[in-house]
Design a protein around this ligand. Structure first.
Ligand code: 5GP
Length: 204
């Protein structure tokens, strides 16, 4: 049976912990592949080109837009971010599950094209906790901290566009919940159910 992979799209405000949960799920599950985004943002300390992001100049990124190399792209905090199309589509066609950790604008673009994906929104336990997590990261200037924090208030309103939400109180519990969602989605009765029924009938 040639079942397509599941597209898993994860968003949430900065500091909600979506990156940590995604990292944890990838270390637990060898059946999930992550898409590496392209960005015009400068690498942070410790970030490696081709592992965390494909770091691009604005010109390079714009060329990729012209070449229709992205499934989606968006401007986030004055930088461009985009999901390279080829890797994701190849993985899904090969029956592999593919994870995108992207912002809300991008997720909504993908949802229009690919409604059969699963869309998950990560929430912090509280706004106070969110702020202290962003400060704790130590990578923001006071202005960018304020910008990320005020965006978080607006972003949370978009939770109703997603299929599931997860409150990230504790990373391992939040990751357990994400695994349950993915496992349930993989068992959903969808259009290929006839193939599944036929497969069992063949055995009789
Ligand atoms: P950061 O600069 O903290 O790595 O990421 C900033 C925001 O950009 C996060 O919300 C992250 O999920 C989002 N982001 C990362 N990659 C992509 C992408 O390929 N497309 C879109 N639309 N957003 C992305």
């Amino acid at each position: 049976m040639n079942k397509k992979g599941l597209l898993i799209v994860v968003s949430g405000p900065s500091g909600a912990g979506k990156g940590t949960i995604c990292k944890e799920i990838l270390s637990r599950r060898k059946d999930i592949f992550v898409s590496i985004s392209a960005t015009t943002r400068q690498p942070r300390k410790g970030e490696v080109d081709g592992i965390n992001y494909f770091f691009k100049t604005r010109e390079e990124f714009e060329r990729m837009i012209d070449e229709e190399a992205f499934i989606e792209y968006a401007e986030v905090y004055n930088n461009l971010y985009g999901t390279p199309k080829e890797y994701v589509l190849d993985k899904l066609n090969q029956g592999e599950n593919c994870l995108l950790e992207i912002d809300i604008q991008g997720a909504l673009q993908v949802k229009k094209r690919y409604p059969e994906g699963v869309y998950i929104f990560i929430l912090p336990p509280s706004m106070k906790e969110l702020k202290s997590r962003i400060i704790g990261r130590g990578s923001e200037t006071p202005e960018s901290l304020e910008r990320r924090f005020s965006s978080a208030f607006e972003e949370i309103e978009f939770v109703n566009q997603y299929d599931y939400y997860i409150i990230n109180d504790e990373v391992s519990t939040a990751t357990d919940t994400m695994e349950s969602i993915i496992d349930a989605e993989r068992c959903k009765v969808i259009e290929d159910i006839e193939e599944i029924v036929a497969m069992f009938k063949e055995e009789i």
